[in-house]
Design a protein around this ligand. Structure first.
Ligand code: NAD
Length: 393
């Protein structure tokens, strides 16, 4: 129709494309479709990756895209060496066109490093969460940042459920007791509870937060709460039966269990600090699979020690890999339990890897062919944020 044609012309003038009336993210290709240098920073898979080809996110298995990239005349460098000026990451970045990283072994792309990479046009996060990239600097330099949105959200939501259950049921010390050859039920049962009847809240009610609420509902909690500047749709709020609490301190003071499911950005960095923890219900459990730096590491360890927290679990750390002496490795509550920390792997199950490897390839394919990207995958488009999840701006 004439109005659709007019909309298309207006959109084209803005560098956007329309498909059935839907605005697609700007086409990302800058003109060159062959001979690009693609650099991927992935984690080392070692023996496991040789034995298990489905460990696609490892240096050894290279997201399964080497042959495909090389057949099109692109160069593909894959490394796990990412720290310091002598790392392969920092050296190769200088003439890289496309950077692939994962949140599991993040190549930290700082503003300073971006200055050393004049050819860089596209960053692809194989997974979800691009806080390891200085997004403001990417906006300024017109470097686009895409994620494989949704690729591992079920994996994480399931991990959150497991972590909540293992803290509340005091599982880890119980298993450790068994390994030590001991058997003293009362030492475990004195701090074991049920989920049923508890107040459970999610800080962040996006894709993962919603999946967690959905999975919590059948456990018959006393109430489900959420804190997010973006309210749930009326339909979701009703389906999930979750009540929004708009004040953060009020939110944390009402919850027996809190799960964090918001991205790391300037509005969430260090949000869970000694001050906020002092507003938690004494003896609350906290699960954080979002990003380690949302919590102040020392403050969480101190709260566990004093009993302000009864337990803390998650897989994300403020520095990755976490140093051997990181307080979260050994922190305990006063009964010697309450620690459910693991390395960052909730979003890299083999099922998730299949999805984020395929999603990474699709993003690259669209880029090479000059096609518009799936809007939900675009975190930073050409010179602007395309997501509302990384803070209110
Ligand atoms: P999403 O974009 O669908 O949802 C994020 C939600 O957080 C949004 O609703 C947003 O409004 C909300 N939010 C942002 N800032 C907030 C704030 N200050 N207070 C309250 N809410 C806020 O993202 P998602 O798919 O649900 O993923 C969330 C995060 O989980 C990712 O950004 C990533 O950091 C983390 N994650 C971790 C793993 C893992 O392996 N551990 C895997 C995937 C994602």
């Amino acid at each position: 129709s004439a109005s659709a044609l007019k909309r298309n012309i207006v959109a084209a003038a803005r560098g956007q494309r329309m498909l059935n009336g839907r605005t697609l993210a700007p086409t990302v290709n800058h003109g060159s479709s062959a001979g690009l240098k693609v650099l991927a920073v992935l984690y080392k898979g070692g023996e496991a990756a040789k034995q298990e080809p489905r460990l696609l996110g490892s240096v050894e298995n290279q997201l399964g895209i080497r042959e495909w990239l090389e057949a099109q005349g692109h160069e593909y460098i894959v490394t796990d060496s990412k720290e310091g000026p002598d790392s392969v990451f920092q050296k190769e970045l200088k003439d890289t066109d496309i950077l692939i990283t994962t949140p599991f072994h993040p190549g930290y792309l700082t503003r300073e490093l971006i200055k050393t990479a004049p050819r860089l046009k596209l960053c692809v996060t194989a997974g979800v969460g691009s806080d390891h990239i200085d997004l403001d600097a990417a906006v300024e330099r017109e470097i686009q940042v895409l994620e494989v949105t949704g690729s591992n959200v079920v994996s994480v939501a399931e991990h959150v459920m497991m972590s909540i259950l293992l803290l509340v049921h005091n599982f880890v010390p119980a298993h450790e007791m068994i390994e030590r050859g001991e058997w003293q039920v009362s030492d475990i049962a004195r701090n074991a509870f049920d989920l049923e009847g508890k107040v459970i809240g999610t800080l962040g009610a996006g894709r993962i937060g919603r999946l967690v609420l959905e999975r919590l509902k059948p456990f018959n909690p006393k109430e489900l709460l959420y804190y997010d500047y973006a309210p749930l749709s009326a339909e979701n709020a009703e389906k999930l039966g979750a009540r929004r609490v708009e004040d953060l301190k009020e939110f944390v003071s009402q919850c027996d269990i809190i799960t964090i499911n918001a991205p790391l950005h300037e509005g969430t960095r260090g949000l869970v600090n000694a001050d906020l923890l002092s507003h938690f219900k004494p003896g609350a459990w906290l699960v954080n699979t979002a990003r380690g730096a949302i919590c102040v590491a020392e403050d969480v360890a101190a709260a566990l020690k004093t009993g302000q927290l009864n337990g803390y679990a998650g897989d994300v750390w403020n520095v990755q890999p976490a140093p051997r002496d990181h307080p979260w490795r050994h922190m305990k509550n006063h009964l010697g339990g309450g620690n459910g920390m693991v390395p960052h792997y909730s979003g890299t199950t083999l099922d998730a890897q299949a999805r984020y490897a395929a999603g990474t390839k699709e993003i690259l394919e669209r880029y090479f062919e000059g096609k518009a990207q799936e809007p939900a995958n675009v975190i930073v488009g050409l010179g602007k944020y395309e997501t509302k999840s990384y803070g209110q701006r």
